[in-house]
Design a protein around this ligand. Structure first.
Ligand SMILES: *[C@@H]1O[C@H](CO)[C@@H](O)[C@H](O)[C@H]1NC(C)=O
Ligand SMILES: *[C@@H]1O[C@H](CO)[C@@H](O)[C@H](O)[C@H]1NC(C)=O
Length: 650
């Protein structure tokens, strides 16, 4: 009895301790709320919701493992508008990550943000912040990632930056910074540095000469390596048309070439589409467009809704009166749902641009009036009833993983089915692998491909294991890339778990190169058919060949390429090296072992027997092992390692 009482008492004590620890101090709560009070935002973040009594549960707020203090605030693109209030977030002294990027914050960054001793990541890019970067910056001794790009910051780059020895990335591009660049020779760990598109002048410090010219372009006054404009011997200043300007022109020319290529591909698609409309479904699909294996023909533009593609910023579509109540966009997902705040009318008013057309419909990029950019998919051939559609989308809304592109909202009516998802500007793996060929663009290097492979494996493993969902349409145009920074964030799978909503494919439809041979009804993909497709995707990265379009790329008229069989035949003849993308071989990098290892994983995935294929989690494990310590380290660091001392670096 006594023992029991003691146990009960202990339990009570434990509970008391736990509930005490389960909430950050009131002052942190207040600091968070005061920050929001000072910055009006378009969408409620629910920070006062009784459903989330603990600040640790608030949207965008992360606490340490004991829930005792706030360690991260991430509110990217939630429509925050106004001055960045001082004396608010600066009080969160345990903060290691602060991301307020892609909002509309004005004014100067308050000095107290620059004195957060534990901060290792500061992401304030894509705002309208002005003023100068204060010398107090010296207080950010733990800082590893500094992103202030695309703001309106002026003044000089403070020399104090040189003292932040942990810095890995510094992005200050797209501001109005002037003066010369400080030496920064103390930043021994620096991997990313970009000050392009400012008004800097003088000689580039020798320590920074190892960064590419694009890191300095758009500063007519800069001279020295790596720019093509030697500094005058007598002074640090320079004259005439600078190398930076030349570099900028070169970059511009390359961009123009790329644009031309994109236009060409788009034209090609249009022709294809037209061909499809006249009943010719046998055509092969272009590499950078989704497959047409659904054999869809473009449906006539319905009366209810103007084709988003015809919407330009100059042409507004106003719904007829009385319709508004039924024309509702349904947001899915947890609190915040990405922080978007728009309705169907906003969407229809947005300026839109066709990104691609494929079996599932047409994809647009829509820029809303508040500057937010989203992807809108107009689905074709949906047979699911409203209820089935809604419950499928609700399930997708629950998927939260950085390697899976979140679906944010949908619209369902008799004539139109729309999906809204995040927009990733870097484009798809298909475009990166095949789009740049021969255009003078740098081909994707091995590191980038290995990162994308790992992200794809992570995304699929999560979808299978955590949600019991099958992707059903893994291909390179459905792996979207993110540039810069976090390697674990390098790519995300899109367009997952939608197959069952569509009408059955006509029997004449050819199977794309990604589909497992046993898959008869492509609306009923399985975990193992997903793994097959993932294997083909890996092979595509390794070989540079496009399974969807035959061997000849855009002009390919033949059947889809069976990559696994092709690789097998080449390897059987002991020409393993011949399998790999010549661009990869040319770039070198001593990664042959990793390439061979991924080839083995890929071939195991793409085996003909479904039962012999590994499960997605097993695939992930094997891909993770290939990268060895490289990927592991990045994970621990970039996760923000909840609860570990943030000052400690690997
Ligand atoms: C912290 O809060 C989360 C969410 O409420 C909860 O799941 C977790 O158990 C808490 N941890 C501790 C140590 O209280
Ligand atoms: C630096 O930023 C500019 C514009 O933001 C971009 O065009 C350029 O590619 C970047 N440089 C590097 C090396 O990433």
């Amino acid at each position: 009895m006594a023992a029991l009482q003691t146990a009960a008492l202990l339990l009570l004590l434990l509970l008391a301790v736990a509930s005490e620890a389960a909430e950050p101090p009131q002052q942190e709560r207040t600091a968070l709320q005061e920050f929001l009070l000072g910055t009006p935002h378009e969408r409620s973040l629910g920070w006062n919701s009784p459903l989330a009594p603990s600040a640790c549960l608030w949207f965008g707020v992360t606490c340490d493992a004991a829930n005792a203090t706030v360690v991260a605030v991430r509110l990217p693109g939630v429509g925050l508008v106004g001055d960045f209030p001082a004396g608010t977030l600066g009080k969160l002294t345990s903060l290691h990550t602060l991301s307020l990027r892609s909002n509309r914050l004005f004014g100067a960054v308050p000095g107290d943000i620059f004195s957060l001793p534990n901060l290792h990541s500061l992401y304030l890019q894509n705002n309208r912040l002005s003023g100068s970067i204060p010398p107090e910056l010296a207080g950010l001794t733990a800082l590893r990632h500094l992103a202030l790009y695309d703001n309106e910051l002026s003044g000089e780059i403070p020399a104090a930056l040189d003292g932040l020895a942990q810095l890995r990335s510094v992005r200050l591009d797209g501001n109005r910074l002037s003066g010369s660049i400080p030496s920064l020779s103390g930043l021994r760990r620096l991997e990313v540095f970009n000050v392009s598109e400012n008004q800097l002048d003088g000689a580039i410090p020798t320590f920074l000469a190892r960064f590419p010219p694009e890191s300095f372009a758009g500063n007519p006054g800069l001279c020295g390596e790596p720019l093509n404009s030697p500094c005058p011997v007598s002074s640090g200043k320079k004259k005439g048309l600078s190398g930076a300007a030349i570099a900028a022109i070169a970059v511009g020319a390359a961009a123009a070439a790329l644009l031309a290529l994109v236009l060409l591909v788009l034209c090609f698609c249009r022709r294809r589409r037209d061909a499809a409309a006249t009943g010719d479904n046998s055509g092969n699909k272009a590499m950078s467009t989704p497959t047409q294996e659904r054999g869809f023909t473009p449906s006539p533009v319905s009366g209810e809704m103007t084709d988003l593609a015809d919407l330009t910023s100059s042409k507004d579509l106003v719904p007829s009166a009385g319709e508004t109540t039924t024309r509702r966009l349904v947001f899915v997902g947890g609190a915040g749902a990405g922080g978007y705040s728009f309705d169907l009318e906003d969407l229809l008013r947005a300026s839109a641009e066709v990104l691609g057309k494929g079996g599932a419909g047409t994809t647009y990029r829509a820029v809303l009036e508040d500057g937010a950019t989203v992807v809108v998919k107009r689905l074709k051939d949906v047979v699911a009833a409203r209820r089935e559609f809604a419950s499928a989308l609700e399930a997708l809304g629950r998927v939260e993983h950085r390697n899976l592109l979140p679906v944010r909202a949908y619209y369902f009516s008799k004539d139109e089915k729309l999906l809204v998802a995040d927009y990733l500007p870097a484009g798809s793996l298909a475009a990166a692998l095949h789009g740049s060929r021969g255009s003078g663009q740098t081909p994707m290097d091995w590191d980038a491909r290995a990162r994308a492979a790992l992200c794809a494996a992570r995304g699929m493993a999560h979808l299978h294991a955590a949600h019991g969902l099958v992707h059903g349409d893994v291909k390179s145009s459905n792996l979207l890339l993110r540039h810069g920074g976090d390697p674990d964030n390098a790519a995300a799978l899109s367009d997952y778990s939608l197959q069952h909503l569509f009408a059955p494919l006509p029997p004449s439809a050819r199977a794309g190169g990604y589909h497992a041979p046993e898959l008869v009804d492509r609306r009923r993909p399985t975990f193992s058919s997903d793994v097959y497709s993932l294997g083909v995707l890996f092979l595509e990265m390794l070989t540079g060949k496009c399974p969807a379009s035959g061997t000849a790329g855009v002009d390919g008229g033949g059947a889809a390429l069976d990559l696994p069989r092709w690789v097998q035949s080449v390897v059987r003849e002991e020409w393993t090296a011949e399998v790999f993308d010549q661009e990869l071989v040319r770039l070198g990098g001593g990664a042959e072992e990793e390439m061979v290892a991924l080839l083995q994983v890929a071939m195991a995935c793409a085996g003909t027997s479904p039962d012999a294929r590994p499960e997605a989690t097993e695939v992930l494990k094997r891909v993770e092992e290939i990268g060895g310590g490289r990927h592991g380290r990045a994970t621990a660091e970039e996760e923000g390692s909840w609860g570990t001392p943030t000052g400690a670096s690997p």
